[in-house]
Design a protein around this ligand. Structure first.
Ligand code: SIN
Length: 527
């Protein structure tokens, strides 16, 4: 794409290059000029690292209705049944689309090799290359998108959504030291969640909640932010990034054992290792505290040939850190994994801002309720990507004219002191969120977190020219809203676990939503 003019126009801008962004781009390719912006390299997001797979009802014993019930129950009966019904009914169609693009799901004896994961009543997880599902998918989708003429710009950090008469009509982005204005008929956010809010996470370093913050500043509504899922089994190498050990490993029969070699999951949930993720995560932490030692995953009984064939990536990565999983135990601990809530959208991905859409983890369609069923997230990107593309293709372009003055959240130019303070923000914020707004929450801890976050709140007033600082500002905003929501929801629900939950209280509480105009009021009430 020619960026020489610093101002350009396309029909559709998609921010984010994971499964949701790429699939939406492919579906829009016949409807105009499509440009995908990625803030790092195209493969830097979470999809690339996805192992487990994609859930869809394919076996003779399965049906979309059973998939719906499992999704609904996993979400603590808080999900939107219409949205879930769309997800599960359209799942097989979208899988066939992928197969037509050349994606080859793993087969056994001539049929799809369907895996098992927690809280699924049937085997329904499709995977590719054993545990390389995300990588294979991104490669196939990129090939297809390029063949259809979709354009890409890497290392493009979106600083602002541009609105005119309240309607989204483009983005401002930074690449290197230059700033660009890109006008478009429609903007689609496919920016993923906000796992980097927490000190320990499975998420890519790129996942800092930028899409959520951009949408919020432009006038969209955020909801269900208190629901954040922690993955139970993450391997923490001595250096480098934490590495997910897929739930599919437990689906194939791997056991969790404490440092005394005792299997313990049956003491915590009747489904043992395949209980809900939040239950398994808390059980691990409880065993670590009770025994004073680590917790391990034990795969050894599955046999070396099976392990290396079914989980080649996990085998190789653990080997790199000196653990031979065919003969040795893998030390595991929970880490932040997936944002259940996000930008509130309708069933075609429309936000409250005309011509601004959201899809994938950054969107809140209601399919996940209060907790997500394993392997429904790649599926959500496909199913709703298809629907978003159909709706976006029909969106009316805006009449020409100048951008709104308050166009999606310009702040004051940052002072040197604000820059310094913002540069120091990330580590203490991540530590605070992990300790006080993590897997187990209590009123006092949440209130303390809110007080400390509130102390940093003046930084929200500034706009920073350095992407890392702007990311910190975005993280601060989402951390404030998440903590506020977690305080408000006094009863445990789904993956929001309040140790001080009062049984019977708050039963009727619906969604907790935030809009820009509430920002002052939200915090005034508490202090
Ligand atoms: C996993 O492979 O355990 C993660 C898949 C998911 O989060 O759905």
């Amino acid at each position: 794409m020619d960026l020489s003019g610093e101002e350009a126009r396309v029909d559709f801008v998609i921010v984010g290059s994971g499964i949701a962004g790429l699939y939406t781009a492919i579906r829009l390719a016949g409807h105009g000029r499509v440009l995908v912006l990625s803030k790092q390299e195209l493969i830097a997001g979470n999809t690339w690292f996805a192992q487990g797979g994609i859930a869809a009802a394919f076996s003779a014993e399965d049906s979309p209705e059973l998939h719906l019930e499992d999704t609904w129950k996993a979400g603590s009966r808080f999900g939107d049944r219409e949205a879930i019904s769309i997800l599960v009914q359209e799942a097989p169609l979208r899988i066939r689309d992928l197969q037509e693009m050349g994606v080859q799901f793993d087969c056994r004896n001539g049929s799809l090799d369907l895996g098992q994961e927690g809280a699924h009543s049937r085997k329904r997880i499709l995977h590719i290359g054993g545990d390389a599902t995300g990588r294979e998918l991104v490669e196939a989708l990129l090939r297809k998108a390029r063949s259809l003429g979709v354009q890409f710009i890497e290392n493009a950090f979106v600083t602002r959504l541009v609105t005119r008469d309240g309607c989204c009509c483009g983005v401002c982005f930074q690449k290197g030291r230059r700033c660009f204005l890109l006008t478009s008929r429609v903007v689609i956010l496919a920016t993923g969640g906000c796992g980097q809010l927490f000190k320990y996470t499975t998420n890519s370093p790129a996942v800092t909640g930028d899409g959520l913050a951009l949408a919020f500043r432009a006038g969209a509504v955020l909801r269900d932010l208190e629901f954040f899922q922690f993955h139970p089994t993450v391997f923490f190498p001595p250096q480098g990034r934490p590495f997910l050990i897929s739930e599919a490993v437990r689906g194939e029969g791997a056991r969790l054992v404490n440092c005394r070699g005792e299997a313990f999951m049956k003491d915590y949930h009747p489904r043992g290792e395949l209980g809900p993720r939040d239950v398994v995560s808390r059980a691990i932490v409880s065993e670590q505290r009770r025994t004073g030692g680590p917790v391990f995953l034990d795969l050894r009984h599955l046999g070396a040939d099976f392990i290396q064939g079914r989980f080649p990536t996990i085998y190789r990565r653990c080997r790199e850190w000196g653990v031979d999983i065919t003969r040795e135990l893998i030390p595991v601990s929970p880490a932040a994994h997936y944002l259940i809530g996000g930008i509130q959208v309708d069933l075609e991905g429309r936000t409250a801002v005309p011509n601004l859409f959201a899809v994938g983890e950054t969107a809140s369609t209601g399919v996940h309720g209060a907790n997500r069923l394993a392997s429904n997230s790649l599926l959500e990107g496909l199913v709703f990507g298809h629907r978003v593309a159909a709706a976006a293709a029909q969106a009316e372009p805006q009449a020409a004219g100048g951008a709104d003055r308050d166009s999606g959240g310009e702040g004051l130019p940052a002072t040197t002191e604000a820059e310094r303070e913002c540069a120091r923000l990330r580590e203490p914020l991540q530590a605070l969120m992990w300790e006080k707004v993590g897997l187990v929450r209590r009123e006092e801890g949440l209130a303390e977190a809110l007080r400390r976050l509130e102390g940093w709140r003046p930084l929200l007033e500034y706009e920073f020219l350095v992407p890392e600082l702007q990311e910190n500002r975005n993280m601060l905003l989402i951390a404030l809203l998440m903590t506020r929501a977690a305080l408000w929801r006094r009863q445990s629900k789904g993956c929001h676990y309040r140790e001080d939950s009062v049984p019977g209280e708050d039963l009727s509480r619906g969604h907790i939503s935030f809009a820009k105009e509430d920002l002052q009021g939200i915090f005034k009430e508490y202090f």
